[in-house]
Design a protein around this ligand. Sequence first.
Ligand code: CUA
Length: 340
Amino acid sequence: MSFPLFPEAASSMARSVDYLYLYLSAVTVVMTALIFAAVFFFALKYRRRSEDEVPKQIHGSLILEISWSIIPFVVMLTFFWWGAQIFFENATPPKNAMDVYVVGKQWMWKIQYPQGQREINELHVPVNRPVKITLASEDVIHSFFIPAFRIKHDVVPGRYDTMWFTATKPGRYHIFCAEYCGTEHSGMVGWVTVMTEEDYENWLSNGGVEGTMAQQGERLFEQLGCSTCHLLDQQGRCPNLRGVYGSHIQLGDGRSIVADDAYIRESILNPNAKVVAGYRPDVMPTFQGQISEEQLLQLIVYIKSLAIPGAPAGQLGQVVAPPAARAVALHQAPGTGIQQ
Ligand code: CUA
């Protein structure tokens, strides 16, 4: 019977995490052995040999004190540098990563693909392709953990987190919830299926009956009445959302922010938090409580799909500037391909 010490290593990151872990363990074992050896050695060497023996007084040694401070400090810093390197690598998804959206909900994982497929407790990914996961929670803090990929990330209500991996071996691997989230926390278990590129394309072509995520989002945009104020390609009561995603936005209070997932989410749930310059607050109602995290993600993917292809991020802010400035800016913005 085999008794593996480690779960299978099935992602590009898995080995480097294992090496760091082994290094940590090795240093810990060596340090523990050294400390115990010193304890026993000194206990024997300096034991009291007679009843009336008085030890010689020592008043410290600067060299000794400095070296037992500096050397462990430098050794500990190697953990820090190595760990930080892996942390940063883990925290930066490659530009070409494909998107998958995961919502944690007591007690299941709801998974959505941009192509429109939706699953519960099942994640399908192709081998050797970076996958970026956007995490959201419908209720409490969960933690998305795939031991075989050596990645784990808290899923926190009210915000988006991202993680990424490149699976390196076709197969099926466990997903766990690694944060106690209520009665059935231990049952909040799922599977990642890593498929060959071919099998994955096949899998993708089945399902997605509700249209792509962007189309699902577009339907919501109509149903919720967003489209009555956010007109596309003409001025409505609210900003035109074409080209907004990823652009720099000038706010009424003088700040400038980037329209990312978090900003769009906030603007749907709390529309007055960051109002675009030139627009009145209190025009848009909140959709807090009327829309699930999954629907929020669909809306975001829809708004993302309104980006103008080929336009560099940060150049599109003018599109949502006030009407007068906007008309001018549209004619000046090079390469945005907008005709109005
Ligand atoms: Cu979700 Cu524990």
